[in-house]
Design a binder for this molecule. Structure first.
Ligand SMILES: Nc1ncnc2c1ncn2[C@@H]1O[C@H](COP(=O)(O)OP(=O)(O)OP(=O)(O)O)[C@@H](O)[C@H]1O
Length: 262
């Protein structure tokens, strides 16, 4: 049962995301079945679970890429199921996909400026004058993604990890309230992975962040609250310690690992 059904409303803060009895159907296959999920503003939430559990599909629903066949999806008071993907982005939900969206021949700072202007719907070109407000926003996010020293370098010359941070910066500069990230540390070196974890914590000081992650070491190190998904629904939710000691979670992972010889 959902906590808000039993708890008096005044004792809890309003969730930023509330998903109730979500159903997603792909040509008769139920990828999400009766899923309940909620997020408080300012959370850093990790989504884990075996392959095919529905993690990516849940992010796809939250950003409007996939339309549910049933249930409710609220962002603040807005019913997301009634909105298109671009409208959801305007509402303040930013999604980072695996495919790169940076312009390799432009500099780090030009990429960030383009992203900032896109949000405003201006047809500005790169030669347009930056306002002092834009400049200060640019510097702020360059610092946050630790690329200030590389602001004038071509994005194509960045390391894999730095490119990922630039992508995150391009989302952040549009100032979404909720950020959805799919395996943000995939393919990174140990040191880049560490820095990515720290970046996620810095971001969650101001925004709500959901991270789909397979790297359990990364989750152990940086997760506060973890949601474990299995077969299209939530299996468990809690701290990493709770999750690690849970028999059902172990069964799901071990069973799967056994099958697949991973
Ligand atoms: N467009 C689609 N059409 C049909 N089936 C799909 C589609 N997208 C996902 N699925 C199926 O839905 C289920 C959930 O997929 P999803 O990608 O959400 O899982 P996941 O937990 O993100 O898995 P992984 O960890 O492997 O990324 C899988 O069985 C997948 O094959």
């Amino acid at each position: 049962m959902h906590y808000h059904e039993t708890s008096p409303r005044k004792t809890i803060s309003e969730p930023i995301v509330l998903v109730e009895q979500l159903e997603v159907d792909f040509d008769g296959f139920k990828a999400i079945r009766g899923l309940d999920f909620s997020l408080e503003a300012g959370e850093l939430r990790f989504l884990i679970g075996p392959n095919g559990a529905g993690k990516t599909t849940l992010l796809d629903v939250l950003c409007g890429k996939v339309k549910p066949s049933g249930g409710r999806v609220l962002f603040r008071q807005t019913d997301l199921t009634r909105h298109q993907e671009h409208q959801i982005a305007q509402l303040g939900i930013g999604r980072k996909f695996q495919a790169p969206s940076i312009f390799m021949t432009l500099t780090v700072q030009e990429n960030l400026l383009l992203s900032m202007r896109q949000k405003r719907g201006l047809l500005s070109t790169l030669v347009a004058k930056t306002t002092p407000e834009q400049r200060s926003r640019l510097h702020y996010y360059l610092e946050m993604i630790a690329l200030t020293d590389k602001a004038k370098e071509k994005a194509g010359a960045l390391s894999h990890g730095e490119k990922q941070w630039l992508e995150i910066g391009m989302l952040l500069i549009q100032e979404p309230e909720l950020l959805l990230l799919d395996e943000p540390a995939a393919g990174m070196t140990d040191s880049e992975t560490e820095k990515t974890g720290e970046l996620l914590h810095r971001i969650s000081d101001q925004k709500t962040v959901v991270v789909v992650e397979h790297d359990m070491e990364f989750v152990r190190q940086f997760a506060k609250t973890v949601t474990v998904m299995h077969e299209g629904t939530v299996l468990r939710e809690g701290t990493m310690q709770d999750i690690q000691n849970d028999d059902k979670v172990a069964e799901v992972y071990l069973g799967r690992r056994g099958e697949r010889h991973e």
